[in-house]
Write a new protein. Structure first.
Length: 202
């Protein structure tokens, strides 16, 4: 029962992720999405887009990473993906500390495995982590496309910055990377994403 109490405590702590707001809105633009909704959406993407994962990818592991990866935002909060490097470094440190605290709520027999899964996602070295990270980068781009530019417009993000994230998607799934690259080109043509500085007018 002591182990079960620890697991329940962890799950109740995880409920706090529903209170962490992200930059992206819902597709109907009615409000900002929260990080728990984002994690659910990514897990669903992994299920639906499984054929775009590298051959032999363990989809169960991918989905586990996706539901765990943002739990650290309970302590660290969400940071805009295009924030300055110094802010990114501070965020990474805060997230490591959060991972140490949050996963330690689990029983000792379970905590190391889930903490290791979180770290694997962060390190992005395995096919599973690369595919999971690709989905994590693709999802907000999809939302930006259907909300008239979304955070790209709100923060005046140019296409070259977005394309650096497309390279990460390509690393995890070449087919999804091609889709994302085409989508960015469409966004520039539609005027909902600023062209890269110095790019010829379209």
């Amino acid at each position: 029962m002591e182990s079960l109490e620890s697991q329940i405590g962890f799950l109740l702590e995880a409920d706090r992720l529903k209170t962490v707001l992200r930059q992206s809105t819902l597709t109907d633009r009615s409000r900002r999405e929260n990080s728990a909704e984002h994690s659910w959406h990514l897990a669903l993407m992994a299920l639906v887009l499984a054929e775009h994962a590298p051959p032999g990818t363990d989809l169960h592991k991918v989905m586990a990473m996706l539901v765990l990866h943002d739990l650290v935002e309970i302590d660290a909060g969400d940071l805009f993906v295009y924030a300055a490097a110094a802010e990114q470094a501070r965020q990474a440190e805060a997230e490591r500390a959060a991972a140490d605290r949050i996963f330690a709520l689990l029983p000792p027999s379970q905590a190391p495995a889930l903490r290791t899964l979180w770290q694997e996602f962060e390190d992005r070295r395995t096919p599973e982590a690369k595919f999971a990270r690709a989905l994590d980068r693709l999802q907000p781009m999809l939302i930006n496309m259907v909300t008239g530019g979304g955070t790209w417009m709100a923060h005046a993000v140019p296409a070259d910055q977005v394309l650096t994230r497309v390279a990460l998607i390509e690393d995890g799934s070449p087919s999804l990377g091609r889709y994302a690259r085409d989508m960015i080109a469409r966004a520039v043509k539609l005027g909902i994403l600023a062209p890269a500085p110095g790019a010829p007018p379209r």
